[in-house]
Design a protein around this ligand. Structure first.
Ligand code: ADP
Ligand code: MG
Length: 174
């Protein structure tokens, strides 16, 4: 049985980039919870939050997490997926959970290069670097708690993929 692999971590940590490469390497399907929920809702994340608030968005996110869960899948999750205890438990029970761990300054630098790619509204309108520090201060312990494996996501993407494959094969061997 090829359990799903969940990639967790803050915006910009490489869930999409690394996830697609990892899926290719394993011959798995790549899916993204944000993408799934926007298709279901027929609206952007920004629109959903404007219409239904963050609570509405979070409820849809949990539904999408369960809907996309299937064998032989690499699942990129939204940065806030770990906020709900039920999501953390669901991922741990249903697959292998990988935290793509990167420093806030690195995340901010990546997001600054492609600011338009994320349509998610910022919470405060403050500089992105400050926000990434706050986000990680709040969530790092939740990522750590949810993850089976903690991978250094500041290496080149192909190295990150290799390290994930190594963690998974070690886990299988033990
Ligand atoms: P996420 O899906 O977690 O928000 P992305 O995969 O969209 O992150 O990556 C955000 C940005 O960072 C993209 O411009 C991507 O090319 C870049 N990036 C992702 N992973 C790495 C990496 N390991 N090294 C350097 N740049 C990266
Ligand atoms: Mg992404």
């Amino acid at each position: 049985m090829s359990l799903p692999i969940y990639l967790i971590g803050a915006r910009g940590c490489g869930k999409t980039t690394v996830g697609q490469a990892l899926a290719r390497a394993l011959g798995y399907t790549f899916v993204d919870t944000d993408h799934h929920l926007q298709l279901e809702a027929q609206r952007s994340v920004a629109r959903i939050v404007a219409d239904e608030g963050w609570d509405g968005f979070r409820a849809r996110e949990s539904q999408s997490l369960q809907a996309v869960t299937a064998p032989a899948s690499v699942i990129a999750t939204g940065g806030g997926i770990v906020l709900a205890e039920a999501n953390r438990r669901f991922m741990r029970e249903n697959g292998q959970v990988i935290w793509l761990n990167a420093a806030p300054d690195v995340l901010a630098a990546r997001l600054a290069i492609q600011p338009e790619a994320e349509q998610r509204p910022t919470l405060t309108g403050r500089p992105i670097v400050e926000e990434m520090h706050d986000v990680l201060r709040e969530r790092a312990h939740l990522y750590r708690q949810a993850a089976h494996h903690d991978v250094d996501a500041m290496q080149p993407p192909e190295r990150v993929v290799e390290q994930i494959l190594q963690s998974l094969s070690l886990a299988r061997a033990s």
